[in-house]
Design a protein around this ligand. Structure first.
Ligand code: SF4
Ligand code: SF4
Ligand code: SF4
Length: 177
C-alpha cells in the first residue's frame, strides 16, 4: 500500500475550496493552513503561462521531518502517510526547519501540525476532504501500488512532476502537467 495524491494543474481554477474544506474538516485554527494554493507564472510577455496548484505535505518516502524528530512524534502510518502524534510532540520545531516544502506549522496549542492525507477519512474508505470538495475534480487520491486505482490510472496516462525533486525526499504528491 502506497498512498498518493495526483493534482491536475490544467483543471485547478484556484478557488481555494480545498483550503476551506481542510480547515473545517481538521479544525485548523484561524490564520493557519494545512494546504494552500499557489500561482506560478512562467515565460515572457506576451507568451505567459500561469499554473495554479493546491499544495500540502508531500508525505515523502524519504522524509527529513521523520528523521530529525527527537521523540518519534513524526512517524509513518500505514501506506506511507506521515503524521504527527500531538501528545509526543514537544514543539521543538526541528521538523518545520527540515521540511523543504514549508508544509508544517506550529499549532498555538504547542505541537506541530500538517496535512495527514485525512487519514481518519481514508481509514473509513472516504476521500480526503480537499479531494472530495474540489469543484473541478482536479485531485485524485489512492494506492499507487494498485495499478487499477484512479491515481495509478491517471498517472499512467498523463505527464507529471513532483515539487523540488532535488531535495531527494521522494514526494507522494504528483502534479499532472
Ligand atoms: Fe484548485 Fe480544486 Fe483547490 Fe479549487 S478546490 S483551488 S480547483 S485544487
Ligand atoms: Fe515531511 Fe515536509 Fe515531506 Fe511532509 S513534505 S513528509 S512535512 S519533509
Ligand atoms: Fe487537509 Fe486532508 Fe487535504 Fe491534507 S488531505 S490538505 S489534511 S483536507
Amino acid at each position: 500500500m502506497r498512498y498518493a495524491m495526483a493534482i491536475d494543474t490544467k483543471k485547478c481554477v484556484g478557488c481555494s475550496d480545498c483550503v476551506v474544506a481542510c480547515q473545517t474538516e481538521n479544525n485548523v485554527p484561524i490564520g493557519y493552513c494545512r494546504d494552500w494554493v499557489v500561482e506560478v507564472t512562467a515565460g515572457k510577455y506576451p507568451n505567459l503561462e500561469i499554473e495554479l496548484r493546491s499544495e500540502r505535505c508531500n508525505h515523502c518516502d524519504n522524509s527529513p521531518c521523520v528523521r530529525c524528530c527527537p521523540t518519534g512524534a513524526s512517524h509513518y502510518e500505514e501506506g506511507g502517510i506521515v503524521t504527527v502524534n500531538h501528545y509526543e510532540c514537544i514543539g521543538c520545531n526541528a521538523c518545520i526547519e527540515s521540511c523543504p516544502y514549508d508544509a508544517r506549522y506550529s499549532h498555538p496549542d504547542g505541537y506541530v501540525d500538517k496535512c495527514t492525507f485525512c487519514i481518519h477519512r481514508v481509514e473509513k474508505g472516504q476521500n480526503p476532504a480537499c479531494v472530495s470538495v474540489c469543484p473541478t475534480n482536479c485531485m485524485y487520491f489512492g494506492d499507487l501500488d494498485d495499478p487499477l486505482s484512479e491515481v495509478s490510472q491517471v498517472m499512467k496516462n498523463r505527464k507529471w512532476k513532483v515539487l523540488a525533486p532535488e531535495a531527494g525526499t521522494n514526494p507522494n504528491v504528483y502534479y499532472l502537467i
